[in-house]
Design a protein around this ligand. Sequence first.
Ligand SMILES: Nc1ncnc2c1ncn2[C@@H]1O[C@H](COP(=O)(O)OP(=O)(O)O)[C@@H](O)[C@H]1O
Ligand SMILES: [Mg+2]
Length: 255
Amino acid sequence: MTEAPPSSPPAARVRNLTKTYGTGQALVRALDDVTLDLAAGEFTAVMGPSGSGKSTLMHCCAALDTADAGQVFIGDQDITRLKDKALTRLRRDEIGFVFQSYNLVPTLTAEENIKLPMAIAGRHPDHAWYDAVVDTVGLADRLSHKPSELSGGQQQRVAVARALASRPRIVFADEPTGNLDSRSGAEVLELLRRSVVDHGQTIVMVTHDPVAAAYTDRVVFLADGRVVDELRSPTREQVLDVMNRMAEQAPEPTA
Ligand SMILES: Nc1ncnc2c1ncn2[C@@H]1O[C@H](COP(=O)(O)OP(=O)(O)O)[C@@H](O)[C@H]1O
Ligand SMILES: [Mg+2]
């Protein structure tokens, strides 16, 4: 895998990020002092047991939620200090997000869905880039189809194209293959991988699947809101080993 040159600054930096939910007995530390660099041009997987804080981390990094303490830098901007207008601009121009459930607009065609965020922003996509995205996504012959006329894998590829269309600095994907069978999942993973290799896109993806993690350059493991382990150029077997070790170390459920 190609490493980003040492001179290029990380696409995102997370510093001492902490977020709690609830109070007293019901207090949950969803993120507990997380510090993490996300290198530009790298494909990172975030793994960990259910409830370990993966979605909270994605949402705080993508400015879809706010933390209690700590910072998130996208490029050199501390997003925890941005006001509404700057946040809107950041979400529109610098960040792409892919949800597990596609979140396409059912009445719009694939092409209209891909262009929708830019249309809302009153922008025209860069034609060469748009063509490259559609080409990478492999949906050129499906652009006039509505989501209901597409398979799950095709719908998620449209959602990935929508996330890539504005050439964001970083794309976050929360279990993008969680609803897909393994073949459709592989289509989406190959697409994500290709956008990293061919276009230098930075991607952070939550997954439970060691096979999906093996498509990435790096796996970061969370447990109880903390970063507990990490792998580079992971294989499926290495990922499984860490998952098994984490399961052995996990405290017995108390209830
Ligand atoms: N809106 C919320 N209100 C209360 N607790 C929440 C909320 N969102 C998440 N949590 C809790 O925070 C912890 C981390 O959740 P989450 O980030 O969704 O984990 P993951 O994505 O790894 O499954 C869990 O204990 C979860 O129950
Ligand atoms: Mg989650």
